[in-house]
Design a protein around this ligand. Structure first.
Ligand SMILES: NC(=O)c1ccc[n+]([C@@H]2O[C@H](COP(=O)([O-])OP(=O)(O)OC[C@H]3O[C@@H](n4cnc5c(N)ncnc54)[C@H](OP(=O)(O)O)[C@@H]3O)[C@@H](O)[C@H]2O)c1
Length: 204
């Protein structure tokens, strides 16, 4: 597949670009500053989410799927996740590209009562902003006509890939996953129709 990776200089995005290339996909990295890339993908599309025309240009070269790993410090107020969902959904619609794979949070997943309580408490902390930001993106993506799959990620901490399991429901409690495992999931579902229009929790 010809895959456009948004956020290809980030922790997860770097791993997505690497693993997608290794899996035989033709990767285009959409980045603000190509000098920040830690590896050389097949193609580089310089751009910024804040300039929709750069996304439209990146999609115009012939893209089959988009993996979105754009984000910001979850402890600081930001709307980057919602903003990115809005502009990429519009650009993909205009460009006729449907397959969309992205990161979401456990707050967007079906939850057990304990899971719901955990999220309600988290909403009262500085992480509450990131939850609201992902909720905005979730609303945009799930209302779109995109062929989407979302990874329901808990805390993403640095470390070597260690493997993960897929979960339908968030049960609460502290969970974490490493960037390599998030990327492995995002790349693995690219060509899997059974994951269409689903959010899947991933943690060990
Ligand atoms: N941290 C967690 O525990 C956690 C938990 C659940 C979900 N998530 C989500 O996981 C995703 C990826 O996390 P991460 O830790 O890999 O993020 P990260 O390392 O901070 O990387 C973020 C990426 O987004 C890019 N970006 C930011 N603003 C941009 C813009 N205006 N235009 C184009 N690119 C832009 C950055 O590019 P530059 O290099 O140019 O800055 C970078 O490549 C985020 O959506 C985050 O909300 C995180």
């Amino acid at each position: 597949m010809r895959v456009l990776v948004l956020g290809a200089t980030g922790r997860v995005g770097t791993e997505v670009a690497r693993r997608a290339s290794e899996a035989g996909h033709e990767v285009t990295a959409f980045v603000r500053d190509p000098a920040r890339l830690k590896l050389r993908p097949a193609h580089v599309a310089p751009g910024d989410i804040a300039r929709q025309e750069t996304l439209v240009a990146a999609l115009s070269g012939g893209i089959d799927a988009v993996v979105n790993a754009v984000g910001a410090d979850p402890l600081k107020p930001s709307t980057i996740v919602t903003d990115t969902a809005r502009v990429i959904a519009a650009a993909m619609h205009a460009g006729g590209v449907r397959r969309y794979v992205a990161i979401s949070g456990t707050a967007q997943m079906p939850k057990t009562p304990l899971g719901a309580l955990s999220i309600a408490i988290l909403r009262l902390t500085p992480v509450g902003n990131a939850i609201r930001d992902h909720q905005g993106a979730f609303a945009i993506v799930t209302a779109s006509e995109l062929d989407w799959t979302l990874a329901g990620c808990p805390w993403i901490k640095d470390g070597p890939a260690r493997g993960y399991r897929e979960h339908a429901t968030f049960p609460g409690g502290m969970k974490s996953i490493v960037p390599g495992d998030v990327a492995a999931f995002l790349v693995s579902v690219l060509e899997q129709p059974s994951y269409s229009r689903r959010i899947v929790g991933i943690w060990p």
